[in-house]
Write a protein that binds this ligand. Structure first.
Ligand SMILES: [Zn+2]
Ligand SMILES: [Zn+2]
Length: 335
């Protein structure tokens, strides 16, 4: 008889599912990978076989130009991955295609969330609360100071800034996978039907979202603008790295905004020269993290990455067993 949960082993470069010899979100190439979502710190190229949702595989194909060894798994579908282990991919509400992975072996149930959030997002399927014995959660915003406001409030600020600056433009820094499409979809939901201008680095991912059933309305590339004048009074989206570089000189007097959970920290906004910080995150905030652990109600909580100390302490105060895993290579700095 083997020890409980000895089949699931956290290693620095990923979580090893021992009997199936598979890894979840490994940070180095492995023969068999289960990938939660397409962000570069979780999805890497070069694996032998990659099990992921069809949307995540499409995102990986776009980024790594390969589909070799791709095994698509639909939400809710249970797959036998060998060694008596079953894997089920469940929506995580983080970005298009993002999944929590439920692993079952010898009557034991483990969920690895990848990144997730509980706030509504029109661009992806909502997080599903699913019972399990061990819940392996992220903790990117695992401090009580991190509370994300309702997204409508932040979108209203963006639309106000645009209305207040008819002779310039509002340049929004947003992560190219997920955040950009969510901001656009929320602008559309708020009734903003005007052209939204894009940095070239966002075009392919926006098209991929549209191909997966997320309409984004009238999008045009800044590089195709007939003149600076054409962009006056408009909203422009670019990756955060483009906010202060030469590229932005072609824009008409931009008011600089950034959509990120880190915008809660004024210092971070100042460092980037952001005039309009928008607290919009695709990660669970403190309340979502603690609420999710309460609802899932596992025997044990393992914390993969982020600010784990406060969440560990919270678990302890609430008589919940928990441990922090020292995984390497996960960065959510722009999220
Ligand atoms: Zn992510
Ligand atoms: Zn992450």
């Amino acid at each position: 008889m083997t020890a409980p949960f000895s089949w699931i082993r956290p290693e620095p470069w990923g979580i090893h599912v021992v009997p199936a010899d598979a890894w979840v979100d490994p940070s180095r190439p492995v023969p068999r990978a289960l990938v939660t979502h397409g962000h570069a710190d979780h999805a890497r190229g070069g694996h032998g076989a990659t099990f992921a949702t069809p949307a995540t595989l499409a995102i990986m194909e776009l980024r790594y130009q390969t589909r070799e060894g791709a095994v698509p798994v639909a939400y809710g579908e249970t797959l036998s991955i060998g060694g008596g282990v079953n894997a089920t991919f469940l929506p995580a509400g983080h970005v298009l295609g993002s999944a929590q992975i439920l692993l079952e072996h010898a009557g034991e149930r483990v969920i690895i969330t990848g990144d997730y959030k509980r706030a509504p997002d029109p661009t992806c399927a909502p997080f599903e609360v699913t019972p399990c014995d061990i819940f392996i959660t992220e903790a990117t915003f695992g401090l009580p100071v991190f509370t994300h406001p309702p997204i409508d409030e932040e979108i209203a600020k963006l639309l106000d800034a645009r209305a207040d600056n008819p002779d310039s433009c509002v340049l929004v820094g947003a992560y190219a996978l997920g955040k950009a499409q969510r901001v656009i979809a929320e602008l559309r939901a708020a009734g903003h039907s005007d052209t939204i201008w894009l940095h070239g680095a966002m075009e392919a991912m926006c098209r991929l979202y549209e191909e997966h059933g997320v309409p984004l309305g009238d999008l045009r590339l800044v590089s195709d603008a007939p003149s600076k004048e054409a962009m006056r009074g408009h909203i422009i989206l670019a990756p955060p790295s483009a906010l202060n570089d030469r590229w932005s000189r072609r824009l008409p007097d931009p008011v600089t905004a950034m959509a990120s959970g880190w915008m809660r920290v004024r210092q971070r906004a100042r460092q980037r020269g952001v005039e309009l910080p928008l607290v919009i995150s695709d990660h669970a905030d403190w309340n979502e993290l603690t609420r999710t652990i309460t609802e899932v109600n596992p025997q044990e909580t393992w914390i993969t990455h982020g600010r784990e100390e406060a969440l560990l302490r919270w678990c302890e105060l609430n008589q919940r067993r928990a441990r922090a895993l020292a995984l390497v290579g996960y960065e959510d700095e722009d999220d």
